[in-house]
Design a protein around this ligand. Structure first.
Ligand code: UDP
Ligand code: MG
Length: 319
């Protein structure tokens, strides 16, 4: 039997060679103050720089550090998921690698956990050092998401959070492919509370979330928790059809009782408008159909190249 691990800190990393050693040092410093057994679980999401070899070096020196090495980049949300699958702690914390989430907030989260809360999420009071574009889109996104879904997903909350073992075990049973982890954590329920914090500037390097990944992330979030977009498309379709029908009456009247003008401008305008709307609606439907397709393929969520550090025992896997 191995020593029990009380806390697991999951850190997803993608091309973070500039920060990772520093992040490790800061996390160790913070977790050491607790005087209870913990592990740091780094998930290397297919980095193309020296991240993996730096982490390997850290693992060789510190037996409390583990590394899951992905075969390629599967994305931030999948990296977190892999971390939850492999975590051994009674309480599991997810934190970004770039030190935007201050490690000392973990101690406050643990305090709340000891008071009996099963999920403690970090709520950002402020975001430092991020572009206006990122701040505005994030602000709008969380509010739009709230209006679109019936799940109570707290606004301005990232994946920086603590979860009790019970919650992690439930999360491990949710196998959907296009994952919006913070939404799923809200969805599972349990006793949840927030700790507020100021999101710091990135310690070094650049954001690993380009616009392309942000859009995928937002679409996953909305489609995972709501089919309102489909319903809106239907309503919109009905509304347009009604207006079109009225206009048809006008056209018929003109044709029968007046001398009609050759109205090519209106024909072109209506065509362009309606074709555009049709394509948008088709796109919305496509987003859902594509996701159904992904689910039906039944591929694994991620592929590990290797696992370094004390792996989970067979009993732990079976639990
Ligand atoms: N990340 C990842 N895979 C990706 C993109 C990002 O594991 O494909 C990690 C990244 O290393 C960081 C966290 O996810 O630890 C958040 O990314 P980032 O800080 O770049 O996002 P931002 O804070 O700019 O939204
Ligand atoms: Mg960041």
């Amino acid at each position: 039997m191995r020593d029990p691990v009380k806390y697991t800190v999951i850190v997803p990393v993608y091309n973070e060679e500039e920060v990772i050693a520093h992040t490790y040092a800061r996390l160790r410093e913070t977790m050491d103050t607790l005087g209870e057994p913990y592990e740091l679980l780094f998930v290397n999401d297919g980095s193309r720089d020296k991240t993996a070899s730096i982490l390997e070096g850290i693992c060789a020196e510190d037996p409390r550090v583990r590394l899951l090495d992905f075969s390629r980049n599967f994305g931030h949300q999948i990296a977190i998921t892999a971390g939850m699958d492999h975590a051994r702690g009674d309480a599991v914390v997810i934190i970004d690698a770039d030190l935007q989430d201050p490690p000392k907030v973990i101690l406050e989260m643990i305090d709340k956990w000891k008071q009996g809360y099963e999920v403690v999420y970090g709520k950002r009071l402020k975001r430092k050092g991020e572009t206006l574009f990122k701040k505005v889109t994030a602000m709008l996104f969380y509010r739009f998401l709230r209006s679109m879904t019936s799940v109570d997903i707290p606004v301005d909350t990232g994946d920086f959070r603590l979860m009790d073992r019970k919650v992690v075990d439930v999360m491990r049973g949710l196998k959907e492919k296009n994952r919006f982890v913070r939404g799923l954590v809200s969805w599972v329920g349990f006793r949840q509370t927030a700790v507020e914090y100021v999101r710091e500037e990135r310690f070094a390097g650049e954001t690993k979330y380009p616009l392309r990944k942000m859009i995928k992330f937002a679409l996953d979030a909305i489609t995972s928790f709501s089919f309102k977009p489909l319903r809106l498309a239907t309503y919109f379709g009905f509304a347009l059809s009604s207006v079109s029908f009225l206009y048809l009456l006008v056209v018929l009247y003109e044709r029968l009782f007046t001398t009609t003008q050759p109205g090519w401008a209106s024909i072109v305008a209506i065509n362009l408008l309606f074709n555009g709307i049709m394509l948008i609606m088709l796109g919305i439907v496509g987003e859902y159909v594509g996701r159904i397709y992904e689910e039906s393929k039944n591929r694994p969520l991620y592929i590990l190249r290797r696992e370094i550090g004390p792996a989970r025992t067979e009993e732990e896997k079976a639990e």
